[in-house]
Design a protein around this ligand. Structure first.
Ligand SMILES: NC(=O)c1ccc[n+]([C@@H]2O[C@H](COP(=O)([O-])OP(=O)(O)OC[C@H]3O[C@@H](n4cnc5c(N)ncnc54)[C@H](OP(=O)(O)O)[C@@H]3O)[C@@H](O)[C@H]2O)c1
Length: 351
């Protein structure tokens, strides 16, 4: 049985990691770290875990926790894991970081997108970008993974077949993202306060969203040349969920059948990517509502031949395939478990 620790256990992602570890047949939660809730029961912060996780948060030094853990998950705000990882990396623990500190390969991209001088640029190459659908073989060989951002995961998974097959032209790809309130984490602010956020369709980042950097990095790797991406991000009236609608211009729009083939062949063996494209009914395209609580990413597409546009659609639960579920999937790959262990619960309906 693996001993697992969660650093940042009181946050939304930390709570979801804790929930998923309870479902895993070969992993046991050894400790969950919180500064502000040390000594309090886990269910005092994550009430869904009452009667399931009979444990209190610890305030013990995170590096010491890593020393005694087979696997250490870090789910901390940007800039915090890079303070701990230089020490943790000297231990034998498997490191899975859910923040942004080790996702980008280029240290200058941190200055450009995060206005952040990375304190350990030499360690960036130690981490694999934790998207199994693109990097399974590298994840398998690695002991350090940086889990992608939630919007980046949705956008990348829905766009990869189009870039890989050369369907996307060389012009910029425009990503329109909609995100639920849990995407902002558990710490309240005026923007996330219920009466301010309820009912909104609020564009909060028309350009320059940080996840754009990951989308550019990964799609450029696929194409072997720079892919230009511009993303707009909106807060919408959901708790969980991301939907990305991406606009790809192409002088040569293939038939719907050929696009379908491109998606089918790329995702044929993927346990957590579902292709959603029905001709009839109310749910013809991916909708995050039908992924809630699960590790599925739903992808779909349509075309607008007159405007020479292909539309790629992605939907997922930001806390599961967009964070904790994907992290557990990476753990399974690294440690040689069946990739779906602990991740088999179907989405909820209705929610
Ligand atoms: N929410 C999402 O949908 C989502 C999806 C993908 C990735 N992520 C990423 O995952 C990370 C966690 O996100 P979240 O939504 O769980 O945020 P959150 O709910 O705000 O939780 C952050 C956690 O970090 C701890 N923390 C804050 N400052 C700290 C510090 N200086 N040192 C040590 N611990 C600190 C907090 O606990 P204490 O104050 O109790 O110590 C809290 O448990 C972020 O990097 C986020 O970008 C989030």
């Amino acid at each position: 049985m693996l001993n697992v620790s969660v650093i940042g256990g009181s946050g939304y992602v930390g709570g979801e990691l804790t929930r998923l570890i309870t479902l895993h047949p070969s992993a046991k939660l050894q400790a969950t770290y919180s500064r502000s809730h040390a000594g309090k029961y886990v269910h005092s912060v994550h009430p869904n875990l009452r009667g399931i996780v009979d444990m209190t948060f610890t305030g013990e030094d995170p590096v010491r926790l890593a020393q005694s853990s087979d696997v250490t998950f870090l789910s901390l705000p940007h800039g915090q894991s890079s303070k701990l990882i230089p020490e943790m990396i000297k231990t034998n623990t498997v490191l899975i970081d859910l923040g942004a500190d080790f996702r980008l390969k280029d240290k200058d991209a941190y200055i450009r997108w995060y206005n952040y001088q990375h304190p350990s640029p030499d360690l960036l190459k130690e981490f694999v970008y934790g998207l199994p659908e693109l990097h399974r073989a590298e994840i398998k060989k690695s002991r350090r993974v940086a889990v992608p951002g939630c919007m980046a995961t949705s956008a990348i998974l829905s766009l990869v077949p189009l870039v890989r097959e050369g369907i996307a032209g060389t012009g910029p790809i425009i990503v329109d993202a909609k995100v639920g309130s849990s995407g902002s984490g558990g710490k309240p602010s005026l923007a996330t306060h219920f009466s301010e956020r309820y009912g909104v369709v609020r564009i909060y980042k028309p350009a320059g969203h940080r996840h754009t950097a990951e989308i550019i990095q990964e799609l450029s790797n696929i194409r072997n040349s720079k892919v230009d991406v511009s993303m707009s991000a909106h807060s919408v009236n959901m708790v969980r969920g991301i939907e990305t609608t991406s606009h790809v211009m192409s002088s040569n729009i293939p038939s719907l059948k050929d696009i379908w083939k491109a998606y089918r062949s790329f995702y044929a063996d993927e346990p957590f990517v579902r292709l959603v494209r029905d001709l009839h009914g109310a749910n013809k395209y991916p909708d995050p509502k039908f992924t809630v609580g699960s590790n599925f990413a739903d992808v779909g597409f349509d075309t607008d031949p007159e405007a020479k546009r292909v539309i790629a659609i992605g939907a997922l639960d930001n806390l599961v395939k967009g964070a904790a579920g994907n992290a557990v999937q990476c753990m399974n790959i690294m440690l040689g478990f069946d990739e779906t262990e602990g991740l088999k619960s179907p989405p909820l309906h209705p929610v």
